[in-house]
Ligand binder design. Structure first.
Ligand SMILES: Nc1ncnc2c1ncn2[C@@H]1O[C@H](COP(=O)(O)OP(=O)(O)OP(=O)(O)O)[C@@H](O)[C@H]1O
Ligand SMILES: [Mg+2]
Length: 344
């Protein structure tokens, strides 16, 4: 159905907050990178050119895309935004250590099968041969995310295979067949092939290297921490209640913080949580005291917090002021918030 301009109605099963009602119209894939970028922007996802290009090509070439990057840089969110923008169902498979086929693809419903045997026995109809074929019928099969994505009727869904690096290598091996041919084999039933391939996004935090064989089947995009310009756009979109000065100062401070040598630095999610917290505290500008008090929202490691609290925070705030002013001189969007707040 890709490339088809006809619009369909379908039951929306994506994140509820993205759709006011449960029906949405299905969009054909965008005709340009710019169009995709605008569609994502309408879903409040700020995408840079590199990411938009990769996602656009993945749609166009019908190839899975592997998104790697640090924690909290928007890997999962891009899949949600894309599904919402295209009006497709989002099927999400969260990976974890020990994830197996039973939880990822399908499982036989043992309790229903036992009940069925009981009923057959009660009816006096228990015949070994017949029971085997009776018990492995479709109705006793529980579909898990991968099978659901392959069997999905209507417009291809977005299949998010999230944090694949957490799953075992054997499972990654299993994915190869699925990603190459969009099919899985169920010994008792045969091969299930997708009528149309789902739109597959795989994410990884790179806690381990994924196999080359898997990477070869995917397009690849590394999502880096955003630069000041991108991050402030995200903050403005996601925390609209923050004052312009606070958004700018907080973003510049986080950019400085990321340059410090820390065990674990702040991702975009931490920036957003932090700015929302400052708004909740009725702050309209940034002060060193408030930063010290709220560091636990930005940094989740005690050694890191101790390392930056106090003088380092003041030095970073100072550098952040210069960064803000530099951006203003460079003709970028940031306002002159720092000029009036330089005494904080
Ligand atoms: N480019 C962006 N545009 C809009 N929001 C963003 C963007 N990047 C990150 N966010 C926001 O930051 C938060 C974290 O994003 P997300 O969960 O996608 O990160 P992630 O890379 O999947 O992190 P993790 O590796 O921890 O799962 C979300 O609330 C998301 O809305
Ligand atoms: Mg994620």
């Amino acid at each position: 159905m890709l490339g088809c301009a006809v619009r369909f109605r379908l039951l929306w099963r994506g994140p509820a907050e993205r759709r006011p009602d449960c029906m949405s119209s299905y969009q054909s894939i965008p005709s340009s990178i710019d169009e995709l970028q605008s569609m994502l922007a309408r879903e409040e996802y700020v995408s840079d050119r590199a990411l938009s290009t990769s996602v656009y090509l993945a749609l166009k070439l019908r190839r899975p895309i592997l998104l790697e990057g640090e924690a909290g840089v928007g890997k999962t969110e891009v899949a949600k935004a894309l599904a919402s923008a295209l009006g497709r169902d989002l099927i999400r498979m969260q990976c974890y250590e020990g994830l197996d086929i039973n939880h990822a693809v399908y499982e036989w419903n043992y309790s229903r099968q036992i009940l069925e045997i009981q009923l057959m026995r009660n009816d006096g109809a228990l015949d070994r041969q017949a029971a085997a074929s009776e018990l492995f019928r479709r109705e006793f099969l529980i579909e898990r995310p991968l099978l659901r994505a392959l069997e999905h009727g209507g417009p291809p869904p977005v299949l998010l295979i999230d944090e694949l690096d957490r799953a075992d290598e054997e499972f990654e091996g299993y994915l190869l067949e699925m990603l190459s041919d969009y099919q899985v084999t169920i010994p008792e039933l045969g091969t299930v092939r997708a009528a149309q391939p789902p739109i597959v996004l795989i994410t990884s935090n790179r806690t381990r290297e994924l196999h080359d064989a898997l990477k070869r089947r995917c397009l690849y995009c590394w999502i880096d921490y955003p630069d000041f310009e991108k991050e402030i756009r995200i903050v403005r979109v996601k925390v609209p209640d923050a004052s312009a000065a606070l958004s700018e100062q907080a973003t510049a401070f986080v950019q400085e913080l990321r340059e410090a040598e820390l065990y674990k630095t702040a991702g975009v999610s931490e920036t957003l949580d932090w700015v929302a917290a400052l708004v909740a505290l009725n702050e309209t500008r940034l002060s060193a005291e408030r930063i010290d008090e709220t560091l636990g929202i930005l940094l989740k490691n005690q050694e890191d917090i101790q390392a930056v609290r106090g003088d380092p925070v003041r030095a970073m705030l100072d550098r952040a002021r210069h960064r803000g002013v530099r951006m203003s001189y460079a003709g970028q969007e940031p306002s002159t918030a720092w000029v009036t707040s330089s005494k904080t």
